[in-house]
Design a protein around this ligand. Structure first.
Ligand SMILES: Cc1ncc(COP(=O)(O)O)c(C=O)c1O
Length: 378
């Protein structure tokens, strides 16, 4: 039997993610369009994204935050290309995006002194193996496996290397211990449901010190250059973007940040996201067919919530088809968009539970997932 209650918002994609509750195009009506982004009003809006982001996330006052090109990928690669090479590098990867950064460092930058700690989908590498005399590159939340680091306790306070963290599906939904992080990156389209466009790059004072004291052996494109005559270019961290941003996307980012403040700031955002995970965990605990891809409950993501089929009636060979069928049935029914697992991940479902997703919508979705599973099986 088909359930009768439908989610009000049926968007559960892991990026671009659901817009904030109540969002309409009206939210963009005051966008600075057709004007220079370097005009007083344009620059003020860009600065607002930086100051609101710092305020909501509780980023320390001595950290710098920039809006950069190329979304989260742009921000991560800007960090890798400008900072690495000064020390050996420890690379952690347990899903598709972490693996991308390993490829960048070992196959593109071709750095000689690297160690890669990899784990398969569902697991984390042993975090105790990391040497914090080295630079360390890792992803806070593996979006494609739904596995996150449980906290930052494993990161040394007295480290000599820099920690470079891709936190795009973690910030605004998980607690980031800033004193443990030297470089943090994210994009706009994830937890606050903004428009995809630009990346955010946060730098600790030690990261800035590296930029000012170390010059990579390779050429840097203009888009990556953050120093001028060996000194940090402060303008970049005050809204003077290196190249032209989309002021429509900027307006939307401001809207998302103001919404974040209106619901109670970071603690409220984390609570909303954790409630989404809790609703799915409760349902899963009495399910005879669905399991979490994350093996250790302490590492289950509250944003990209990844599920697999554990029913012995569905053979490993049949799993991709059954999982695809569930996602397509739900899309056809108009109750859930884009909840198939990531293309390189094991077959299953991925339900976004970030802060813009209402827990009532997750609760309404779950009986539909059961219905789709039974229908797919039949
Ligand atoms: C962990 C992680 N890193 C990087 C990316 C790439 O982000 P973008 O497309 O914003 O560059 C994503 C996108 O989902 C991601 O989840």
């Amino acid at each position: 039997m088909k359930p009768t209650t439908r989610p009000q918002n049926v968007n559960f994609s892991s990026g671009p993610c659901a817009k904030r509750p109540g969002w309409t195009l009206e939210a963009l009506s005051k966008a600075v369009l057709g004007r220079s982004h370097r005009s007083k009003i344009g620059k003020a809006r860009l600065e607002e994204v930086i100051s609101l982001s710092k305020a909501v996330l509780g980023i320390p006052a001595d950290y710098r935050l920039a809006i950069v090109a190329g979304s989260d990928t742009g921000a991560v690669e800007m960090a890798l290309w400008t900072l690495l090479g000064a020390r050996p590098v420890d690379l952690l990867a347990w899903e598709a995006f972490g693996k991308d950064w390993v490829t960048d460092v070992t196959k593109q930058l071709k750095l000689p002194n690297t160690r890669t700690f990899a784990a398969g989908y569902g697991a984390l590498p042993d975090l105790r193996d990391v040497d914090f005399a080295n630079d360390v590159v890792f992803t806070w939340n593996g979006t494609t496996s739904g596995v996150r680091v449980p906290n930052g306790d494993w990161i040394a306070d007295d480290r000599q290397g820099l920690t470079i963290c891709d936190a795009t599906s973690a910030v605004f939904a998980m607690d980031i211990p800033w004193s443990k992080i030297d470089v943090c990156t994210w994009s706009w389209q994830k937890v606050l449901g903004g428009e995809a466009a630009h990346g955010m790059l946060a730098l600790s004072p030690r990261a800035v010190e590296r930029l000012e004291s170390y010059k990579p052996a390779w050429p840097l494109p203009k888009l990556y250059r953050m120093t001028k005559d060996g000194k940090i270019n402060e303008g970049i961290f005050k809204g003077e973007t290196i190249n032209t941003p989309s002021m429509l996307a900027v307006e939307d980012a401001v809207d998302g940040l103001k919404w974040a403040q209106s619901v109670g700031g970071l603690p409220a955002l984390i609570k909303r996201s954790e409630a989404n995970l809790a609703a799915i965990a409760k349902w899963q605990s009495s399910s005879n067919w669905a399991g979490f891809l994350a093996k250790d409950p302490a590492t289950r993501s509250c944003t990209s919530i990844c599920l697999k089929i554990i029913d012995p009636r569905v053979t490993p060979e049949a799993q991709p088809e059954v999982a695809k069928k569930i996602a397509s049935l739900l899309e056809k029914e108009g109750v859930a968009n884009d909840i198939g697992a990531y293309r390189d991940a094991p077959p299953g479902l991925r339900v976004w539970g970030g802060a813009t997703v209402e827990t009532a919508d997750i609760v309404a979705l779950l009986p539909w997932i059961d219905w789709a599973y039974q229908t797919a099986l039949a």
